[in-house]
Ligand binder design. Structure first.
Ligand code: NAD
Ligand code: 89V
Length: 342
């Protein structure tokens, strides 16, 4: 692999600004091109981040640029055609969540990259958030034993629609947009899922689909977890964008509390420490934990590419997370627990 790696970003909208800042923070990556079908956004991103070339058409970019990888940070409807375009050009690709609109699209994208022998990763960054990395390490330390029960919760009234207006018009809202992150974390902490039950609610009058969901997961390990999320919770203090976690094992418990406090209770007693994410030159409260996770996720991608290793959130791995999303919607519609298709 050359050094630096020649990278390009497709999609220069709201969240891509974090991708672009993070690529600039990774020493062995050079951004050679950006692309957005909105030419003004592409030009602005090239100007702001000192990128030599910008395009409105991804096909033109692939035809003219020599790339070691491409980062797709567009919205979901364009993920499949852009990933398949990268595969046809044999360019390794990392793509934002949600992977694609349908299960069949996701399967086809994995197949296209496998056939082209092109690395494929989904930018699923919650498991790469500093506080959640601390929870994973606390579990791996073994103090509480193997987790057998837990709750993963993200409840807010923060106006996510201000930055992401498309969310209010989607047929599927909070499970596909946010639940997907929490379900991915549930897989990391408790393993693969046997069955999932789900109840959805719509509280906000100005959104098309569910803005609250409560999911009950039965894991193959025997563990039980509750995954709940809301975009319409009026709380004394709004923890946005914090994910709160409570885990129990045979020897104790682990809690990630509001304010980024990690409490571990084991046979020797209870400890508590601060696991807050430091501010970077380009991050700001309250998004800083999400922004820093973008850097961690992209560093994981670069390290995996260089080592020829399959990344944690490869396309194939993310199929399992996506299968939980589709199963949750099916469980809610059929009002019964269902098995995920992967
Ligand atoms: P956005 O609408 O602000 O930006 C998307 C950009 O992609 C737009 O500028 C649009 O013109 C461009 N685009 C769309 N199709 C294109 C194509 N075919 N070729 C070139 N450009 C194209 O959206 P956003 O809020 O930044 O969301 C982008 C993605 O990031 C979504 O999938 C969203 O779910 C995800 N997201 C992830 C996180 C996270 O990782 N924690 C947070 C927010 C959003
Ligand atoms: O992270 C995301 O995917 C966003 C959210 C609003 C949850 O931050 O959509």
């Amino acid at each position: 692999m050359p050094d630096p790696l020649r990278g390009a970003v497709i999609g220069c909208g709201f969240f891509a600004q974090n991708h672009l800042h993070a690529w600039k923070d990774i020493a062995d990556v050079q951004l050679v091109a950006v692309c957005d079908k909105d030419t003004a956004k592409a030009a602005a991103a090239a100007e702001r981040f000192g990128v030599p070339a910008h395009y409105a058409d991804a096909a033109a970019m692939f035809a003219r640029e020599t790339l070691d990888f491409v980062d797709v940070a567009t919205t979901m409807p364009s993920h499949r055609p852009l990933v398949e375009l990268a595969a046809r050009h044999r360019v390794p690709v990392i793509v934002q969540k949600p992977f694609a609109p349908t299960w069949d699209d996701c399967v086809a994208m994995v197949a296209a990259c496998a056939a082209a022998e092109v690395p494929l990763m989904v930018h699923e960054n919650f498991r790469f958030q500093g506080p959640l990395i601390a929870v994973r390490a606390a579990v791996a330390a073994g103090t509480i034993g193997v987790p057998h029960f837990g709750r993963i919760s993200f409840r807010t009234n923060y106006d996510v629609f201000a930055n992401q207006p498309y969310l209010a018009l989607e047929e599927r809202l909070i499970i596909l947009d946010l639940g997907i992150h929490l379900l991915d974390v549930a897989r990391v902490l408790f393993g693969e899922v046997e069955t999932i039950a789900c109840r959805t609610q719509r509280v906000r009058p100005n959104v098309r689909a569910e803005d609250m969901a409560t999911m009950l997961l039965h894991h193959k390990s025997g563990a039980t977890s509750i995954v709940d999320c809301s975009y319409s919770s009026r709380l004394a203090s709004d923890p946005f964008p914090q994910t709160l976690v409570h885990l129990e094992g045979p020897q104790g418990s682990i809690a990630l509390l509001e304010g980024y406090r990690l409490r571990v209770t084991g046979p020797a007693g209870t400890t508590e420490r601060d696991v807050a994410t430091p501010l970077l030159s380009w991050t700001s409260q309250p998004w800083h934990v999400a922004q820093e996770s973008v850097l961690n996720t992209q560093r994981h991608w670069v390290a995996s590419l260089r080592a020829g290793r399959v990344p944690e959130t490869s396309g194939a791995d993310n199929l399992r997370t996506y299968a939980l999303v589709t199963a949750a919607y099916r469980a809610a519609a059929e009002r019964r627990a269902v098995m995920p298709e992967a």
